[in-house]
Structures are given as C-alpha cells and as structure tokens.
Design a protein. Structure first.
Length: 144
C-alpha cells in the first residue's frame, strides 16, 4: 500500500500516521519538511509552492512504487503541499512503515530524495524585506 498526493490545504498528519500503523510493521519512519524562517542568510516570511499536479502525482506515484519494489516495506504515504505556506507549516511529509526499521529508514530517505529530484514542484521564497525569489532546483546529494 502506497500513495502520493499534492494538497493545497493543511493535511491531518495524525490520520496519515494512523494509516501506516500496520500490525505487521515493527518500524515507522517519518520525514517532515517545514518552512523555515531563514535561507542563505535572508529572513524568510513564507513560501509559495506551485506544481503541475497531474504530472506531480504521476511521478510521485512512480517513486512510491519504486520504493515498495526496492525495500521490504509495508506501506508508504507521501504528500507535498502547494499554495502559500507560512513559517512552521509542513511542506512535505513522508511516512514509511516496515517490519524492520532499516527498511523504513532507507525507503523514507529514497522517497524524499527522489521527490526533490523528480517531482515538478516549484518554490518561491517570500522575504521579510518584501522581495520574492524562485528558488532553483538542485539535484539532491546524500547528506543534504
């Protein structure tokens, strides 16, 4: 069981966790990406995310299927927000349950790295000085 979706509204994170609380799972790993108040020395007021949703969901679903095939996991859910987000909001959420923690950790890492690399979601930062800037997409590296 896996799924990827895009949401313009805040998501019920407790419901997503509950969806992955499976009897066969002994491990559960979550990644939450939050909107932070600074980037590269600049004070950030918030973020605007845009996406071409049909392509994003298609590619996100492909990533989820790859994770299920590569790792011994029981379930995985991933979500990326779009629209205007404020400091502290969850922008991306990934949850993975598995019989063993190692598979949950590895699959969660794989999913976030691939989402950042392949899913068409674009980010514009809003700064406290009133300026805005589209943030360039960079390939992810291990450890970033």
């Amino acid at each position: 069981m896996s799924r990827f979706f895009v949401s313009a509204e805040p998501v019920d994170l407790a419901a997503l966790r509950a969806e992955l609380h499976l009897d066969e799972a002994g491990g559960f790993c979550v990644f939450e990406g939050w909107v932070r108040n600074r980037n590269e020395g600049r004070a950030v007021d918030g973020l605007d995310y845009e996406s071409y949703e049909p392509l994003a969901v298609n590619e996100g679903t492909r990533i989820m299927e790859e994770a299920c095939a590569q790792f011994a996991i029981s379930g995985a859910v991933a979500m990326h927000r779009v629209g205007s987000l404020k400091i502290g909001d969850v922008a991306v959420w990934i949850g993975v349950s598995a019989p063993h923690r190692d598979a949950a950790f590895k699959a969660c890492r794989y999913i976030i790295d691939e989402i950042k690399l392949r899913v068409p979601v674009w980010k514009k930062e809003r700064y406290l000085d009133g300026d805005t800037e589209w943030i360039a997409c960079h390939q992810t590296e291990a450890g970033s």
